[in-house]
Design a protein around this ligand. Structure first.
Ligand SMILES: Cc1cc2nc3c(=O)[nH]c(=O)nc-3n(C[C@H](O)[C@H](O)[C@H](O)COP(=O)(O)OP(=O)(O)OC[C@H]3O[C@@H](n4cnc5c(N)ncnc54)[C@H](O)[C@@H]3O)c2cc1C
Length: 424
């Protein structure tokens, strides 16, 4: 077989990452650390807000520790959570909650997405990633065995630019443009859900537990987050009914404030809104596959189901690591691209099998919560079964792996604080 010399320039850059959230920042960072030339574009300018419950679960904390990134996140002064309380509606308020505690000394972090995402992107930049903010992708081509991947960018001034890359990483979130451009979007399921997130300020409830208030028509998540004086909370409302979705902006805060009034423990002073709301939905975004040609999808772009169990950032970080490993190990040689597509092929099955258990658990929990009699039966019973509640919290915290081995000491940096019970 005759060998022809590789073309001198096969693409503008080795890897283009679209999206600078946790999935994109960490993919870029890991590749740059291994010597890859990475360009990352994001249509936003950082720090930017993101609709999110802002709770990094223990699996996410453990992954950050493994990747050497936990210190820079702790530098943003996150709140430290020891578990979640799950409450069902009762007469004129909420029933006493089922209390779940993370097992084995695990902790979750109440983060502020604006500072958390900016911190990770800062790490990526420091590792050598070329970060271009205010740059939007409007078209993409997945590339093939003999053809680089390509994107068309709209630059801050309005001009357009075409860039080619040996590998394209779509990390552009829930409504991923890359996913639809390269033909990987799956059929969207019903019923759609919608959410609003506020940053509120108030004192009263214990700041060591998150709360999930599982109402008949809506779910409210309340989690302490980093703030200037430890009084800031993330308050997220998710609704499913058509009537609530249609009037969400107008009626959202009254639904939220009614839910907050009745929370066990109560507030010393009525909480007030300091930022938001930020909206999001529809959540269920299946994908046909997570790779095609030279394009890999990571994070929400690679498929999303529901925010209820708060596993999205963990999945973003895990898929980033899998994508970076696949690119680094699967692609050989500098410029000859012939075997690249084969080298990237393992990514699809790998991400599918790595996220399968978490996805099944998510669907099971959502299936119970969305059916009123089942919700009452299963979650009502948890109130009397604190160990079972803690196992559930532990599993949705993406620490199932720690059942099989002695838990890693992921929390050497901040010893657990004493809990002051200020509500029962
Ligand atoms: C209501 C709600 C509550 C949630 N609560 C939690 C929780 O408590 N814990 C948890 O772990 N997860 C939670 N999640 C999920 C979590 O927010 C996501 O899973 C996570 O942000 C995914 O990260 P990502 O990097 O994939 O995407 P994102 O963080 O969404 O980043 C995508 C980036 O791509 C950029 N982008 C988009 N389109 C383009 C384009 N065309 N060109 C250039 N750039 C583009 C965006 O500007 C953005 O910066 C929640 C989600 C919602 C909606």
């Amino acid at each position: 077989m005759s060998w022809s010399p590789p073309p001198r320039k096969v693409s503008d850059t080795q890897v283009i990452v679209v999206g600078g959230g946790p999935a994109g920042a960490v993919t870029g960072l890991l590749l740059a650390q291994r010597g890859w030339q990475v360009e990352l574009v994001d249509r936003a300018r950082f720090p930017r807000n993101k609709a999110c419950g802002e709770c990094l679960n223990p699996g996410g904390v453990a992954l950050l520790a493994e990747l050497g990134l936990v210190e820079s996140v702790l530098a943003t002064s996150p709140a430290v959570l020891e578990g979640w309380d799950l409450a069902l509606p009762g007469d004129g308020g909420w029933q006493p909650p089922a209390r779940g505690r993370f097992r084995g000394g695990d902790r979750a972090l109440g983060i502020c997405r604006a500072t958390f995402d900016a911190a990770l992107l800062g790490e990526a930049r420091a590792a050598g990633v070329r970060v271009r903010e205010g740059v939007r992708v409007v078209k993409a081509h997945p590339g093939g065995p003999d053809k680089p991947a390509a994107v068309e960018l709209v630059l801050p001034g309005g001009g357009r630019q075409r860039r080619t890359a040996r590998v394209l990483v779509g990390a552009d979130g829930l409504n991923s443009r890359i996913r639809s451009e390269v033909g990987l979007a799956g059929p969207v399921a019903d019923p759609p859900k919608a959410s609003l997130t506020w940053r509120i300020r108030g004192t009263g409830p214990s700041r060591h537990q998150g709360r999930l208030l599982l109402g008949r028509r809506s779910t409210v998540g309340l989690a302490p987050v980093a703030g200037p004086d430890a009084t800031h909370w993330n308050a997220t409302l998710v609704v499913v009914e058509e009537a609530d979705r249609a009037n969400l902006l107008r009626r959202g805060w009254s639904i939220m404030s009614a839910a907050l009034q009745g929370i066990p423990g109560g507030w010393r002073r009525e909480p007030r809104v300091v930022a938001g709301p930020w909206g999001s939905g529809h959540f269920d975004r299946p994908v046909q596959a997570a790779r095609t040609g030279r394009t890999l999808l990571v994070g929400d772009a690679a498929g999303y189901f529901d925010p209820l169990t708060g596993q999205g950032i963990y999945r973003a970080l895990l898929s980033a690591r899998l994508a970076a490993d696949t690119i680094d190990q699967g692609l050989t040689g500098d410029a000859r691209m012939g075997s690249d597509v084969e080298g990237l092929a393992p990514y699809g099955p790998l991400i599918f099998s790595s996220l399968r258990a978490g996805r099944l658990l998510q669907r099971a929990v959502e299936g119970v919560v969305s059916r009123s009699p089942l919700r009452q039966l299963c979650l009502g019973g948890l109130r009397y079964l604190p160990r079972a509640t803690s196992w559930l919290i532990h599993l949705t915290g993406d620490r199932a792996g720690s059942l099989l081995r002695v838990p890693e000491p992921v929390w050497p940096l901040h010893p657990p604080r004493t809990i002051h019970e200020d509500h029962r």
